[in-house]
Design a protein around this ligand. Structure first.
Ligand SMILES: *Cc1c(COP(=O)(O)O)cnc(C)c1O
Length: 219
């Protein structure tokens, strides 16, 4: 299968999952995760109609997306990987959505850069639902206070929550936890689900799914 065919297949599976979950058609946004793939591999997927893409590294993204954004005016680029504060300026300049806000230092750096650049990427707070020491994200029980800090102390508007469940666990309880936390915070958007579990995530209320290998092939 070509990447265009795999894209259509993923979109059809998202549609089926929306129906099964009694969700509105096209209420789930597909974020095509293009990390490690070059512009020539990404272009046919854009040509097939896909407009929202996710990358996990700022520097890698700077190498391919500015030119693609010039070619296609209506792309939306999302940062889904860990962000260091020394990259906050670059991230604010390039990304339309930053999904990995997870600590005060990075929230402050983003707030400062947004002020300086006059650019307001939409923001998600990443939650470490499995409390994995090697994984980024704020602890579940600190999430509500952190979202409040971002809003009230920094004036940041937080759009939703994002999580990456532990690779070796049933993801359902993690998706359910993220949905509960979002409700407690009054947030509508949930970024959860990857190639292996996006249909489950939709069942639990995902509003966007981040799908890489099911579209682009193995990395
Ligand atoms: C790579 C990545 C994905 C996509 O993973 P696949 O299993 O290839 O679909 C989703 N979310 C994040 C945060 C990633 O880094």
């Amino acid at each position: 299968m070509t990447s265009e065919e795999r894209l259509q297949d993923v979109l059809a599976r998202i549609g089926d999952a929306e129906r099964r979950a009694k969700r509105q058609p096209q209420s789930v946004t597909l974020v095509a995760v293009s990390k490690t793939f070059d512009a020539d591999t990404i272009r046919p997927v854009i040509a097939a109609g896909q407009r929202v893409f996710g990358e996990n590294r700022v520097q890698e993204s700077q190498g391919k997306w500015p030119a693609l954004k010039e070619e296609f005016a209506d792309l939306e680029l999302r940062l889904i990987g860990p962000l260091q504060s020394n990259k906050a300026a670059d991230a604010v300049a390039l990304f339309d959505v930053i999904e990995t806000v997870d600590r005060e230092k990075i929230a402050r750096a983003l707030a400062d850069e947004m002020q300086t650049q006059g650019r307001q990427p939409r923001l998600y707070v990443q939650v470490n639902t499995g409390l994995e020491p090697q994984k980024a994200g704020i602890a579940p029980r600190e999430t509500a206070a952190f979202v409040e800090f971002c809003r009230d102390k920094l004036g940041l508007s937080i759009e939703g929550l994002m999580c990456i469940p532990p690779a070796d666990e049933n993801p359902g309880p993690h998706f359910a936890l993220l949905a509960t936390l979002a409700e407690q915070c009054g947030l509508q958007k949930l970024s959860m689900g990857m190639s292996g579990d996006f249909e489950t995530a939709i069942e639990f209320g995902a509003t966007s799914v981040r799908v890489g290998s099911a579209i682009f092939g193995n990395r």
